[in-house]
Design a protein around this ligand. Structure first.
Ligand code: GDD
Ligand code: MN
Length: 366
């Protein structure tokens, strides 16, 4: 037997400390006789997952750890893990043992035997597969998400939402520069990004029940899925972050008008003071919404970061407002443009300004 490295197993983790030793033991059993390494990609889990993996790594050099600071994201974790190996094949598997590691040898054999095969996909929806003990609600949601994905998918994979697959590392490296990296669905991202249709084979497995730790799938993840689909379809025309930033901006205008009319009409404040309050309210709301949604992957946290961010956001937006009004007035007065077009161009320039500068100076510092 040659001892050339055959396979890397990438394991994205967030708060999976209790699962680490068991998973390694299971990989060791499943991959007996193969030359492999495991790469945990941990987003600085507070429960010490990275330390748990390092503790094993000192004894067992097949186990390595990438610890990411100030970052979150299942897809980007998988991408960074796939780039960190010299093995010709790389598998991605959940760290909670819900994926069945015993099918890994068959997946690896398939790629080694057939040079035309790019990808082996663990599927819940082929012979030998199943969703295990999922409740009806989760099955329905998953089926709905899969149906949505058909809109962007060129190939007819039975389980495009699977997070369990094994791919040729050079193929993965080839698509990485073009991946969106948003959210949970790295396989879907790879399948929709590849310029040529990838040759794949599916391997059935039954999705196991999680026994330790908890799932990270929540409404934010669901939202990210929709964002990822948007990005695939329209992202080239209007980048997804700018679209969110603008949508939140429109909401801000609504809040501005509501506060203005409440203070000015309702409480008969002076127009100037009502305007100032309305502007502050709108900017504050926009700041927090953008922090929660648009920049959720670089979210500012804690009183200090939030306060600094809020102040710099207000400064950026104030300059943006001046630019907006200045350009609109210039077009209207000097170029004799129509009033509505002048105003819209002003708004657009202001929005791009706010977006560009806040992404650099408000959310670009940590
Ligand atoms: N590094 C990192 N960063 N890892 C993460 C993050 C993150 O932000 N979020 C989740 N993970 C890790 C978890 O620790 C776990 O090892 C794995 O990603 C899957 O997360 P779960 O929270 O257990 O996901 P799930 O069981 O609800 O969903 C799974 O089911 C899908 C099938 O519909 C996902 O694994 C999908 O990949 C799978 O296809
Ligand atoms: Mn899970």
């Amino acid at each position: 037997m040659s001892d050339l490295l055959e396979l890397a197993v990438v394991i994205p983790t967030f708060n999976e400390a209790a699962n680490v030793p068991t998973l390694i033991a299971r990989l060791d059993r499943a991959l007996a006789g193969r030359v492999w390494e495991a790469i945990f990609v941990d987003d600085d889990s507070p429960d010490g997952t990275a330390d748990a993996a390092r503790a094993i790594g000192r004894l067992d050099r097949r186990v390595r750890v990438i610890q990411r600071i100030g970052r979150r994201g299942l897809s980007t974790a998988c991408i960074e893990g796939m780039l960190a190996t010299a093995a010709p094949c790389v598998a991605v598997i959940d760290g909670d043992m819900q994926h069945d590691e015993t099918i890994l040898p068959a997946m690896l054999d398939a790629l080694q035997a057939d040079p035309n095969l790019d990808l082996a996909i663990g599927s819940r929806f082929v012979e030998g597969g199943g969703t295990g003990e999922w409740d009806r609600d989760r099955v329905a949601k998953s089926a709905f998400a899969t149906r949505l994905s058909r809109g962007v998918l060129k190939v007819d994979v039975s389980d495009p939402m699977s997070g369990f697959f094994l791919i040729r590392t050079d193929v993965a490296r080839g698509v990485v520069p073009h991946l969106s990296g948003i959210g949970f669905k790295i396989l879907l991202d790879i399948l929709t990004t590849s310029a040529r249709p990838l040759q794949y084979r599916e391997f059935g497995y039954v999705f196991r029940v999680r026994t330790e730790g908890e799932s990270k799938l929540d409404h934010v993840v669901a939202m990210e899925y929709l964002i990822a689909l948007y990005d695939r379809r329209f992202g080239r025309v209007v980048p997804v972050r700018f679209a969110m930033f603008s949508a939140i901006g429109v909401l801000g205008v609504g809040v501005h008008m509501a506060v203005l009319s409440a203070l000015f009409l309702g409480l008969s404040a002076t127009f100037l003071s009502a305007e100032i309050m309305a502007t502050l309210a709108a900017m504050t709301l926009n700041f927090f919404l953008n922090n929660a949604l648009t920049y959720r992957d670089r979210r500012l946290k804690g009183a200090r970061q939030l306060f600094d961010g809020w102040v710099s956001f207000c400064v950026v937006c104030s300059v943006g407002a001046v630019a907006n009004v200045g350009i609109a007035a210039f077009l209207y007065d000097v170029r004799e443009g129509g009033w509505a077009v002048s105003a819209l161009v002003g708004v657009l320039v202001g929005a791009v300004w706010n977006y560009a500068l806040s992404s650099r100076f408000v959310w670009g510092r940590y």
